[in-house]
Design a protein around this ligand. Structure first.
Ligand SMILES: Cc1cc2nc3c(=O)[nH]c(=O)nc-3n(C[C@H](O)[C@H](O)[C@H](O)COP(=O)(O)OP(=O)(O)OC[C@H]3O[C@@H](n4cnc5c(N)ncnc54)[C@H](O)[C@@H]3O)c2cc1C
Length: 420
């Protein structure tokens, strides 16, 4: 089949998830001619249903907030962290605390949410081609060329710049051999949607609930008035060694976790139990000539703190701002690209550190005993809401928090916890 060369664009975006649709929307709002290529036909299933409060700022800027409000998604005003044995818990309320500027988030069914964002991008002028898989990209002196397939038909497109938002497919990162896997965080997630999960009443009804076992954790995320997403994250090796199916491990684990019974006793599975890999990685470079990587195509980390969608949209926004500042004659990784890369690496590094620490006991001991001295608890609260631009005031408090965790490992300042 002959290749068809199409019109030339300012920017081509690979992927129509939250990272791709936000980058494309911001670019279109700035008057750019944008083509977005998505291999699936939306709506399509996706995991990753708990958003962070700071996502709301982006929804507002894009003009999509009223539409999301209308959908009646559950409102997440806080997050709860429990030990599986029921001995300790903490309930964070985003609206409380000295630094948080956004008090609540949505919990979403991603097929609906991602489709709203993609259709909104279209309304803003983005040309969206679904069922179109990108198979090769080339970066030249004056352009990028993209080869894709729509069914059996091969198509080629050209643009000044490329945004890779291909998620964990990590299209250009793999093509350029940039992927750096985390040496330890090789996890599996086992999850399903349930009816009849017994949620808290009142403001806490929409909370994300995390239940921490010794080397595993559960999430409980209400995603509609009747449906709740429940998942278990564990080491890949442990799952492989057990020789059990995901569904067997999932059921066995919640039934032997005292705290889970409260939520799950009357729960009924709606659909299937699914499994997916959950291996943390990042790309050694987020900018290549004429190309920026956003969202999971920049890096992916274990989802414990629900930061994935927010980081995808935040990096989508910054990538668009970067390209809006870059001249089409600029053919290398310029200073704007370098600045983008640094800002996204800094944001990712912060959540990586939180995730790595989450799997340690001293971190949990400090985290479950919040202290407002020097407003450290407020800083942690704001960080978990998505505050990435809190300046030095946030930075030194978070450094102090991590220092306390380090001290706790050496000599207990706060009560020890046990998982059994
Ligand atoms: C088990 C698990 C639980 C999670 N829980 C949460 C959570 O609670 N909260 C949260 O914020 N995040 C969570 N995440 C992370 C979240 O799912 C991702 O961070 C988020 O979806 C990233 O958005 P994205 O736009 O970068 O990528 P995606 O949403 O994955 O979108 C990428 C898109 O690119 C398309 N694509 C890929 N390759 C090509 C190609 N070659 N050509 C054309 N199109 C292509 C795909 O079809 C897809 O639609 C979780 C992740 C996992 C694995």
């Amino acid at each position: 089949m002959a290749d068809k060369m199409q019109a030339r664009y300012d920017v081509i975006v690979i992927g129509g998830g939250p990272g791709g649709s936000s980058a494309a929307s911001y670019l279109a709002k700035a008057g750019k001619k944008v083509l977005l290529l998505e291999k699936e036909t939306f709506p399509r299933f996706h995991i990753g249903e708990s958003l962070l409060p700071y996502n709301r700022t982006i929804f507002e800027e894009l003009g999509v907030l009223p539409e999301l409000e209308k959908m009646g998604f559950p409102r997440k005003k806080g997050a709860q962290f429990h030990l599986g044995n029921g001995r300790k818990n903490i309930k964070l309320v985003f609206g409380q605390g000295a630094f948080t500027r956004e008090p609540e988030a949505f919990q979403v069914e991603r097929s609906i949410f991602d489709n709203i964002l993609l259709r909104h991008a279209e309304k803003l002028g983005v040309e969206v081609r679904e069922n179109t898989v990108v198979i090769k990209t080339y970066s030249g002196e004056t352009n990028v060329a993209v080869e894709a397939k729509t069914g059996n038909e091969s198509v080629k497109f050209e643009a000044d710049f490329l945004v890779d938002a291909s998620g964990r497919s990590n299209f250009t990162g793999n093509q350029e051999n940039l992927k750096v896997a985390h040496p330890e965080l090789k996890k599996m997630a086992i999850f399903g949607h349930f009816h009849g999960v017994k949620l808290d009443e009142g403001d806490k009804r929409g909370d994300t609930v995390i239940i921490r076992l010794e080397n595993k954790w559960f999430w409980i995320i209400p995603i509609s008035a009747v449906k709740t997403s429940v998942g278990l994250v564990m080491d890949k090796d442990e799952m492989a060694l057990s020789k059990k199916t995901g569904a067997e491990i999932f059921e066995e684990t919640w039934k032997t976790t005292p705290v889970m019974k409260k939520w799950m006793e009357e729960a009924e599975l709606a659909g299937n139990i699914q499994t997916t890999t959950d291996f943390s990685y990042y790309n050694a470079a987020l900018a290549s000539p004429r190309t920026l990587r956003v969202g999971d195509a920049a890096g992916f980390m274990d989802p414990i703190f629900s930061a994935g969608v927010y980081l995808a949209m935040y990096s989508g926004k910054l990538a668009a701002e970067t390209l809006n500042k870059t001249k089409s004659s600029d053919n290398s990784v310029n200073r704007h690209f370098k600045k983008y890369e640094k800002r996204i690496f800094d944001s990712m590094k912060f959540y990586w550190k939180m995730v790595e620490q989450f799997y340690t006991t001293p971190f949990m001991e400090v985290f479950l005993e919040p202290r407002e001295k020097y407003r450290i608890a407020s800083a942690v609260n704001a960080a978990l809401a998505g505050e990435l631009e809190g300046g030095w005031g946030m930075k030194w408090r978070m450094q102090l928090f991590f220092w306390i965790v380090k001290m706790q490992a050496k000599r207990p300042l706060l009560p020890r916890i046990t998982f059994r």
